[in-house]
Design a binder for this molecule. Structure first.
Ligand SMILES: [Zn+2]
Ligand SMILES: [Zn+2]
Length: 376
């Protein structure tokens, strides 16, 4: 009802109190949306490495914090001034909200928006406050502005994209991070050309989507590289033409052998470790492009042969959020899936309830998942 003031609601969430310790499942107070904010009832949330980096302390965030940056849910209520969604709308939270007005947003790079970047690194809403409290009344930070490991989460209107109501939540949650990041790395960041050769380091949630994105762009050869032989079947299902087990063989030599000794036109790193980044760069052919999509430790460095940058005219670039425009491209990806041009079900390995989220992350750490989801 208009004029009725919105109340706090209590709902279960997974809270990180200290890096290196398990998440604590507890009821938290979810404060009502303020001006320009919405409160979303979560239906699915992705089990992604980016959260794991914060859990282990590889990437530091203020604690306590509710992690989770991938998901899908239903808008439950809206604060004053919200115009683009209403209660009942189905949405994908976007983990880098964009203001729509800054030089990055205007330049077609909304993932670099200063507003979204500030929320990611402070864990605060744009007004500098949080909307979560624990039973003791302590403030709990937001992760990436969306905190999808809360059953109910208050977030900026700028951090949700409305989607068709007949599109399943589990598929929407998959599209919201791994798919747009991986497919986007191939389509928007590298702009893979038809007939080209591609090599992808890492066959997890991002790498598998780089593979399917590269095939969609018409790459004739897509070489999947991973240290776990068990990843081969899934990589081939998503479109890899070759698989290199880099625990058994020199990945750079193997990729060269599969590309007439030249190296691949495009190489991708989807792990976030110095060694595979260096290998991907070394396996890039003359004039080729090496794209880094993996999230590394905050202090990670890689050794690049800078002479090759010049003499071989290699391009080295990073990509965040698939260099996509989530507000537009998430809907494009949904349409691609509905046209039969994008695999989603094939990516989902397992689901867990929120109460078993620590087990879900154990499975991720053990390399058991293409993608896992928490579902409500
Ligand atoms: Zn993610
Ligand atoms: Zn912006």
């Amino acid at each position: 009802m208009m004029g009725m003031s919105l109340q706090s609601v209590f709902a279960p969430a997974a809270v990180l109190y200290q890096a290196g310790k398990p998440l604590v499942i507890e009821e938290v107070e979810v404060r009502p949306p303020q001006a320009g904010e919405v409160r979303v009832r979560m239906k699915a949330a992705g089990v992604c490495h980016s959260d794991l980096h914060v859990m282990t302390g590889d990437l530091r965030m203020p604690e306590p914090i509710i992690l989770g940056h991938e998901g899908a849910g239903i808008v439950e209520d809206v604060g004053p001034g919200v115009t683009t969604v209403q209660p009942g709308d189905h949405v994908i939270p976007i983990w880098r909200a964009s203001c729509g007005r800054c030089e990055y947003c205007m330049g077609g790079k909304p993932a670099l928006c200063d507003m979204g970047t500030a929320m990611r690194f402070t864990g605060l809403m744009p007004d500098g406050e949080t909307r979560f409290r624990n039973a003791k009344g302590d403030s709990i930070r937001h992760y990436a502005g969306v905190s999808t490991f809360a059953s109910l989460s208050t977030m900026p209107e700028a951090a949700v994209v409305p989607i068709p109501k007949d599109f399943p939540f589990y598929k929407a949650a998959l599209i919201g991070c791994g798919v747009i990041t991986g497919v986007g790395a191939a389509v928007y960041a590298a702009q893979v050309k038809p007939g080209s050769t591609v090599a992808v380091w890492g066959c997890g949630g991002i790498g598998l989507n780089i593979i399917q994105g590269a095939r969609r762009m018409g790459a004739r050869r897509v070489i999947a590289v991973d240290t776990l032989a068990q990843k081969e079947a899934k990589a081939r299902q998503l479109g890899a033409t070759d698989f290199v087990d880099s625990s058994q063989t020199d990945a750079v030599e193997a990729v060269k052998a599969l590309t007439d000794g030249k190296g691949a036109d495009y190489t991708f790193e989807a792990i976030g470790l110095p060694k595979p980044i260096e290998q991907a760069f070394d396996a890039t052919r003359k004039g080729g492009t090496c794209v880094i999509a993996g999230i590394s430790r905050g202090d990670a460095r890689a050794a690049i042969n800078v002479n090759q940058l010049v003499y071989a005219e290699k391009t080295l670039k990073g990509t965040l959020y698939g260099s996509a425009r989530p507000r537009v491209d998430l809907l494009n990806l949904i349409a691609m899936h509905e046209a039969g041009d994008l695999m989603l079900d094939e990516l989902l390995t397992r689901t867990w309830p929120l109460t078993e989220i620590n087990e879900a992350y154990d499975a991720l750490k053990n390399g058991e998942l293409a993608r896992g989801l928490i579902v409500w």
